[in-house]
Design a protein around this ligand. Sequence first.
Ligand code: SF4
Ligand code: SF4
Length: 437
Amino acid sequence: MKYNTLSDYLKNKYGCKVYKLSLQSGCTCPNRDGTKGYGGCKFCSEGGSGDFAARLSDIDTQIKEAKEKIDSKFPKGTKEENKKYIAYFQSFTNTYGDEERLQKLYKSILSYPEIVAISIGTRPDCISDNMLCFLKELNKHIDVWIELGFQSANDNTIRNMNIGYDRSVFEDTYKRLKDAGITVIVHVILGLPGECKEDMLYTIKYLAGLNPHIDGIKLQLLHVLKNTKLYEEYMESLEKNEDYLHVLTLDEYCKIVTKCLMLLPSDTVVHRITGDGPKSLLVEPKWSADKKNVLNKMRSYISDVQKFRVHHIMCTNLYRGMGYDGDFAKNMTKIVRELRNNPDKKLYLVNDPDCICERCPNLKDGKFCTNGDNNVRTKDTLLADALDLEIGEIYTYRELMAIAKVKLTRDVFENSCKNCNWYKQGACRYEDFKFDN
Ligand code: SF4
Ligand code: SF4
């Protein structure tokens, strides 16, 4: 599958590669100093989630040093005027504290024409009306992005992790920011204690349902870092043999991220599919220390997954080269050949248009099947029930065929196919189904 990556978005918007300068505003966190709570969010290290940001010094020095670090990433020979940056204030809560000082600091970024956007990480309970007014004005001169911590839509998790604000606070701030025309990027952590796959997907479904759509999302793997409350509780649970936290494997993480991406609106920019905790502090998951390898595996996994509608389990099996038109048949022949040659291909099961529908003359507006007034959706759902398949799950084609071998009875087949013209014409028959594909 393809998704809307940050690098593509930046290239389209600014016409070139744009790099982030990690800077510090000198803010602390209200969840550490007692204003909202003590101890911080349980997963947060003493660096306040910005363990790689520049040391605190005056902003000009920080920008100069951050540029020196990043400049080797530009292709050799890139002219100075073609180097563009984002001023990125990540650590702690960058709208909390002396607002006059902060506004002066953020305004000073305007004197750097090569900085095209300013990205400010903060908590949803820390944007005052005064700050919002300032950000709205600043947004007229430079692109302002607010990165809002959210982490989970499950209030129990938010409470357990000592995050200190709930979904209603997030929702209210989100609306205020969007009303002010500001770009909002939401942070989500996958793998939090007590959260199963459904809980994580619930968070993403909730975000995907927001109107207007979220501009961007950062998906972050939960890291257990030393010197955090999460680490203490995790170690304690190991001693007591308690089931406190399921440490995701790389395979599980690839799968869950792919499902998240499938659920997000296509116009939401994906800023991150994982993060990297400082190696010196990282306790779990150990595999996440090798970021390059993780990203390679994730990208390869995600690009391999394709949407596949349930009833196409049968159509691909019984396909014999006929189709609605030449273009459809050409595409279907290619897909069927690929699936037969590579039955380990990963398929994301849907009751919506898939890679086969994409080239079908019956598909309207990319989502509606005019063949039978979109009843095909019901057909997919009923067949998924009959075969005990989960829509929104990832299976290999081999697995789907193995399930069909056990569960696809003549009755199930007839029920599913009886209204289809290909069945009526005798082109598809139960006895032709190749169960040993
Ligand atoms: S009868 Fe229709 S739905 Fe059934 S397998 Fe054939 S083409 Fe697919
Ligand atoms: S007829 Fe409908 S369900 Fe079948 S391939 Fe075309 S669009 Fe998809």
